[in-house]
Design a protein around this ligand. Structure first.
Ligand SMILES: Nc1ncnc2c1ncn2[C@@H]1O[C@H](COP(=O)(O)OP(=O)(O)OP(=O)(O)O)[C@@H](O)[C@H]1O
Ligand SMILES: [Mg+2]
Length: 274
């Protein structure tokens, strides 16, 4: 695999449960994709199309039914805490630990030498703009600050790859925009490879170097759209004609898929009506 490629997804399919089972779900179908080093790839698609499934397969939390994933020179066959960090939609901070201790715990699990914990934790808190909140408890922070703390924890692990599953999904639009700008600055500084799931078309265009648009379940990549704009992206980017055109293109691509997925999950006409 070429050195410029951080993650290679080769022919990955995933189904949950056994074929013939009532609960059998084909979540992801024959997906192949190369993600370049330092690239931010956004995944968008209808609910239930397999975005989180793909992220979990890349992160080694789920074994694919077929196909394989390589991260750097390694074949993924389980979690790889030294190579891959996660940020989830609902931050998974321990409420009984301070922000600083939460970050240190992440490093402890990853096996970072203890002598480095304090420095790395404080550096990553600085990187996300929370240096004064090291000794606060998660419950004393706003939702946006908690997500920043979760991001700081992931950054402190210093992995080349970061997987983010709707990390700002629970936040208000304004906070999301500011966090998006900060993430773009971070990206330009750290050259991390990021896979970022979002339902926000604007967020996808603002952050991504490429956007993978998924089809309705079973998900596969319907189209890859490039966003040719250097990081760090400026707030003004959202008013540029290029931004609007790309956002509209994503909307067009998604619209049909969302309709299909809604029709798939809706009861047949007349069913249940009395
Ligand atoms: N642990 C599981 N067991 C059984 N089925 C699952 C499991 N996880 C996901 N699925 C099914 O796989 C499909 C894809 O789920 P996934 O969570 O990947 O979707 P998604 O694209 O992330 O959706 P959303 O946008 O709503 O987060 C769904 O139909 C879901 O019901
Ligand atoms: Mg999901």
């Amino acid at each position: 695999m070429s050195n410029d490629i951080a993650v290679r997804v080769s022919g990955v399919s995933h189904h949950f449960g056994e074929v013939g089972d009532a609960h059998h779900v084909r979540a992801l179908l024959d997906t192949s994709l190369d993600i370049a080093r330092g690239e931010l790839l956004a995944l968008i698609g209808p609910s239930g199309c397999g975005k989180s499934t793909l992220l979990n397969v890349i992160g080694g939390l789920l074994e694919p039914s077929t196909g394989s994933v390589d991260v750097g020179a390694k074949r993924v066959n389980g979690p790889m805490p030294r190579d891959i960090a996660y940020v989830f939609q609902e931050n998974a901070l321990f409420p009984w630990n301070t922000v600083l201790d939460n970050i240190k715990l992440g490093m402890l699990f990853q096996g970072v030498p203890k002598a480095e914990h304090e420095d790395r934790a404080r550096q990553s808190l600085k990187a996300v703009g929370l240096p004064e909140f090291a000794n606060h408890y998660p419950g004393q922070l706003s939702g946006g600050m908690r997500q920043r703390a979760a991001l700081a924890r992931a950054l402190s692990l210093d992995t080349p790859v970061l997987l983010m599953d709707e990390p700002f999904g629970a936040l208000d639009e304004q906070t999301r925009m500011v966090l998006g700008e900060d993430l773009s600055i971070l990206l330009s500084r750290t050259k991390k490879t990021i896979v970022f799931v979002t339902h926000s078309l604007g967020e996808a265009v603002f952050l991504a170097d490429r956007v993978a648009v998924f089809s309705a379940r079973p998900g596969r990549i319907k189209e890859l759209i490039s966003v040719d704009e250097p990081h760090p992206r400026k707030p003004e980017f959202v008013t540029a004609p290029k931004f609007t055109a790309l956002r509209n293109r994503l909307y067009e691509l998604l619209h049909d898929e969302i309709r299909k997925s809604v029709e798939l999950s809706a009861p047949a006409p007349g069913a249940g009506a009395h």
